[in-house]
Design a binder for this molecule. Structure first.
Ligand code: FES
Length: 752
């Protein structure tokens, strides 16, 4: 059905918009859907091979009752859409967008066919398509219309080969290519972030409508007529509408001259109404870590990250690690309110920062998705985290949470929604849910280990059959804390270390300074950053290199006899240290690795390994096939050294890699694709939670894991690429087993 629509002035351009156009919603064109006759054209074959559906039947039929006698049959033409492969037969004059809708083809439209949004762009290849049984000619789509010419004038990127689907009419047989950027549900590839692929299917979508003006003879409320327009033009029905929107609706409708852009959440609720045509809808993905908070401002229409920002978590002033913050709350009445205010303030400031950077308004941000560890999650929500400080580590809620952003103290549009991914368990948070959503171990055939190392290591192990999760108290050693010369990863920190096994002389690299310490570039850069300490990745490497060079043994003891070989082994009270930088005196900066440093690393890595081992026991597996290390620590450590120390179990090194900021990626995934929220809620419900604190085997695994790389477990894959020192008798599994048998026999004899 063709209709004549009222075309008020375009509020964007001030021009009059097309005077007569088909509203695609009501001019679906009576498609005759062609049977999916043998997929013949090459791309059609591909499309179908890739899972494209057969053309969906529609309510219209090719030739319904047939023409009445004497009435000429309407002329019809065949239209095939690519890459979906859907095709049908339509009346001449049907807009391409209407044909796409009738066939269920995924072709976007915000402006409802007014030639404003440009989301419906298509390509119309001309030529013979024998396998589709049609010949498409340029004239079958007519000339570019006045509306398209106007769109091209305003938008320089509207290339000649493109047409607006809403303005282009079927004048003969056509093949219509729908490019990825014109599809509502599509994948976006972020090349700048390791070719990350995200699906675009946001919860908030914009719809332009022309609302009927009030009529004395047919009285009805403005909201009713707005809803009618949304149903008529976009097929949206039963939409909820809050008081916030209703309060300003009348002014908005009139200032937009009855044309408005409506933001609708999950097809169910009107979030915001703006006068005229408005094309910006943004979302914020936030990863609330104990140390840092990172935020990404995303365009929900394109998936593009418009701006990113990060800030130190201001809660650090209440305690470096999570448990000290929980202690602060326990010891100080009202402490939870202070901590909540601090984290909310930081998120609010970050929102302001990224909006400024992107040149946009807070008002345009209508969605937020947040991930956080359990303590941060509770504090952000204003929930006292004390229960998480002790067994049984009960969460206030382990479900996903949807609330208003203003409820979280964020100065945003009153209707902005906030979604928090679900926590997995008392020590395994929504950040781990984010990692799982980014990594999807539930789809993997390979036995996959995900580790997010922080002051607590959050661990997930499994595959598509079963997933287990736990956390292990690694402490802050991996972040450089509790290490004599430890510091955060900042300019001046030693981050890479090599030790010559013959001379025991080290060379190293420093954050912010060129080259290795024995290179000319390093010396030339002497005026730049000085050496100030050693960060997490540096401490991992230096301890691993000390082990490989024989300075420490498998039990982690710094052997004093090496002092005769190298002045770098120095007495330090009753133990020995290794001087990595400086002269070992207290003059100037000296970076020395003490016996206590090695112990701290042993304790941290043993906790991590024991957690992994518990999950392996539960799953009944002896090896993992793939390891992904999430978080900043995982991004910076050399996986080979992590394995030399025994942080992670043996695995082919090329199957061990960094997952980057996977928790943040998970937040962005859920921001851009609201279906992903249901997915992660389902995955988290199915995860089996293991509480390491009550597992009797944890202690045994922990003790065995204190050795480098492990007292019992073999590392054959690592052994292929690294010459590991021979195990001493105390660490030899066979000798240990023999000793255990001996002890058991002696105990038995005594009892007897
Ligand atoms: S649907 Fe908006 S320009 Fe075609």
């Amino acid at each position: 059905m063709t209709s004549v629509t009222r075309e008020p002035c375009d509020p964007v351009t001030g021009e009059s918009v097309a005077s007569v156009t088909d509203s695609p919603a009501d001019s679906a064109g009576d498609p005759g859907v062609e049977p999916a006759a043998g997929p013949t054209e090459e791309r059609l074959v591909d499309a179908l091979a890739n899972g494209a559906d057969d053309p969906a039947p529609t309510s219209a039929s090719p030739v319904e009752d047939g023409p009445e006698a004497g009435v000429p049959a309407p002329r019809r033409a065949r239209v095939a859409f690519m890459p979906s492969g859907r095709r049908g037969t339509f009346d001449i004059g049907t807009p391409v967008l209407a044909a796409a809708r009738a066939l269920g083809v995924d072709l976007d439209s915000v402006c409802g066919g007014r030639g404003l949004c440009g989301r419906c762009q298509v390509r119309l290849p001309a030529g013979e398509f024998p396998k589709l049984g049609l010949v498409a000619r340029a004239e079958h789509a007519g000339e570019r219309t006045r509306v398209e010419a106007r769109y091209a004038r305003i938008h320089g990127d509207f290339v000649d080969a493109r047409r607006l689907g809403c303005q282009t009419r079927v004048e003969g047989d056509l093949v219509v290519d729908v490019p990825p950027e014109s599809q509502v549900h599509r994948q976006v590839i972020r090349k700048e972030v390791g070719h990350e692929v995200l699906t675009l299917n946001p919860a908030v979508r914009l719809y332009v409508v022309d609302v009927r003006e009030p009529d004395m003879h047919e009285p009805s409320g403005d909201l009713r007529r707005l809803r009618e327009a949304l149903a008529r033009e976009h097929g949206l029905s039963d939409l909820g509408c809050g008081l916030g929107v209703l309060g300003s609706l009348q002014k908005t409708l009139r200032s937009g001259n009855w044309r408005v852009t409506v933001a609708v959440h999950e097809g169910r609720e009107i979030l915001a109404v703006r006068p005229g045509y408005h094309e910006r809808v943004l979302g914020l993905a936030v990863d609330v870590g104990s140390t840092t908070i990172a935020a990404h401002l995303c365009d929900l229409a394109t998936g593009a990250v418009l701006a990113s920002g990060g800030a130190m978590n201001p809660q650090i002033r209440f305690g470096e690690d999570l448990m000290s913050r929980v202690s602060h709350v326990m010891m100080n009445p009202g402490g939870d309110i202070e901590l909540t205010g601090a984290v909310r303030g930081a998120i609010d400031a970050l929102l302001g920062e990224v909006c400024l950077e992107a040149g946009t308004e807070r008002e345009d941000v209508l969605e937020m998705v947040l991930v956080a560890n359990p303590v941060m999650h509770h504090l952000l929500l204003g929930i006292d985290p004390v229960e998480l400080g002790g067994a049984p580590f009960a969460l206030a809620t382990d479900e996903a949470l949807a609330t208003g952003a203003t409820e979280l103290g964020v100065d945003a549009h009153p209707a902005t929604r906030a979604y928090l991914l679900p926590c997995v368990a008392g020590h395994v948070g929504a950040d781990t849910a984010g990692v799982m959503l980014a990594e999807r171990p539930d789809l993997s055939e390979a036995m996959t280990l995900l580790v997010d190392v922080g002051t607590n290591a959050e661990i997930v192990l499994g595959n598509r059959d079963r997933l287990l999760a736990c956390s292990s108290p690694t402490g802050p050693a991996f972040e450089g804390a509790q290490i004599a010369a430890g510091q955060r990863a900042a300019p001046g920190a030693i981050e890479r270390v090599r030790i010559d096994p013959e001379t025991l002389e080290p060379r190293f690299s420093v954050i912010g300074r060129e080259g290795w310490s024995d290179s000319a570039a390093f010396a030339a850069d002497a005026a730049g950053v000085g050496v100030t300490g050693i960060c997490g990745s540096g401490i991992i490497e230096v301890v691993a290199e000390m082990f490989l060079a024989g300075i420490i043994d498998a039990d982690g003891v710094v052997h004093g006899e090496h002092a005769a070989r190298s002045p770098r082994i120095v007495v330090d009270g009753r133990t020995f240290s290794y001087v990595l930088y400086g002269d070992g005196s207290n003059n100037g900066v000296t970076v020395r690795v003490t016996q206590n440093d090695v112990r701290q690393i042993q304790l941290a890595k043993a906790a991590l390994y024991a957690g992994v081992r518990l999950l392996m026991d539960r799953l009944g597996v002896e090896r993992v096939e793939r390891i992904r290390l999430a978080g900043a620590f995982g991004s910076h450590i050399d996986v080979k050294y992590a394995m030399v120390l025994g942080l992670i179990p043996d695995c082919a090194l090329d199957s061990v890699s960094s997952a980057g900021n996977a928790a943040g990626t998970g937040a962005r995934t859920a921001l851009l694709d609201h279906e992903a929220r249901r997915t992660i809620e389902r995955i988290v419900r199915g995860v089996e939670k293991i509480e390491t604190a009550v597992e009797p085997d944890f202690q045994r695994h922990f003790v065995d894991a204190m050795a480098f790389p492990h007292r019992v477990d073999a590392f054959p894959e690592l052994g292929r690429v690294v010459a590991l020192p021979a195990r001493p008798a105390s660490a030899d599994p066979a000798a240990s087993a023999e000793a255990r048998r001996g002890r058991r026999a002696r105990r038995g004899a005594r009892r007897g």
